[in-house]
Design a protein around this ligand. Structure first.
Ligand code: NAD
Length: 256
């Protein structure tokens, strides 16, 4: 039987990269994300890799919708082996101008949704005596940058939650780990380049060179494939003792 993975925010960027890699490995995939082309993206991956897929556009701002997303996944595929909490948003601003609504949405999507989704998969994973929860945090889960008060708070929170779930999951072969990428060139980052240019009063090229990649020793965006390979590794049966850890793929940023 093929295993099933639910990847939040898999219609774009890192989530889509992770979905492609799981599809190559033969997993059934529950695609998820906002936007109108999710089903089309899911179908393309299904056709390319001959795997079973479904798609949901549940809004992660609502706890009920997250419960529904998990229930739908289990109903369609009959199991749920891997949950990748990947969806996330960003907003960059000095704190004194940071809109409260933006702060609340970042905490809700980047952190609270990780709690709700993990809680919702728990009974199924316990029943299976197998579960792999993979949280896409960030180098900003272990380091700070100015103007990112909401994002850094949420991503640090996810690392704390990862450790707790690892402890609670241990008796049931449920592992929980975090992946902490540096900058990956996805639609989220392209948006940030624009925002940072405003915040720092720089051109977009200057932001890439002087702000984003400044902190990475390796002056390259982190490839999507590296993150996807790490996620597939963490999902393996043999990864049962890898738990409660954060895997940093940051081009040497946090080595300093
Ligand atoms: P992206 O903008 O390309 O994709 C985000 C996904 O989340 C999309 O599928 C979108 O539909 C979904 N999403 C957003 N809000 C949602 C909501 N309310 N309900 C349901 N789905 C929602 O972003 P990305 O760059 O691929 O980022 C993915 C994850 O990786 C995020 O958690 C982000 O913080 C993290 N991350 C990204 C980078 C980077 O450089 N891109 C670095 C470190 C960590």
């Amino acid at each position: 039987m093929n295993k099933t993975v639910l990847i939040t925010g898999s219609t774009s960027g890192i989530g889509l990269g992770i979905a492609n890699q799981f599809a190559k490995e033969g997993y059934n995939i529950m695609f998820h994300g906002l936007g109108s082309n999710g089903q089309e993206i899911a179908n393309q991956v299904a056709e390319k890799h001959q795997v079973k897929v479904a798609f949901s556009n549940a809004n992660l701002l609502q706890a009920d919708a997250i419960d529904g997303l998990v229930a739908e996944t289990i109903k369609i595929f009959g199991a749920l082996h891997v949950l990748v909490n990947n969806a996330g948003i960003q907003f960059v601003s000095p704190i004194e101008d940071f809109p409260n609504s933006k702060y609340q949405n970042i905490i809700a999507i980047n952190m609270n949704a990780v709690f709700y989704a993990s809680k919702a998969v728990w009974a199924q994973m316990k029943k299976q005596q197998f579960g792999r929860i993979i949280n896409v945090s960030s180098v900003h889960g272990i380091r700070a940058s100015e103007y990112k008060s909401a994002y850094v708070t949420a991503k640090h929170g996810v690392i704390g939650m990862t450790k707790v779930l690892a402890l609670e999951g241990a008796p049931f072969n449920i592992t929980c780990n975090a992946i902490c990428p540096g900058y990956v060139k996805t639609p989220l980052v392209v948006g940030q380049i624009k925002d940072q240019a405003k915040a720092h009063d720089m051109t977009e090229d200057e932001v890439v060179e002087k702000v984003m990649l400044k902190k990475q020793a390796v002056k390259q965006f982190v490839p999507l494939e590296a993150i996807a390979d790490m996620a597939v590794l963490l999902a393996k049966d043999s990864s049962t003792t890898i738990t409660g850890s954060s895997f940093v793929l940051d081009g040497g940023w946090s080595a300093q």
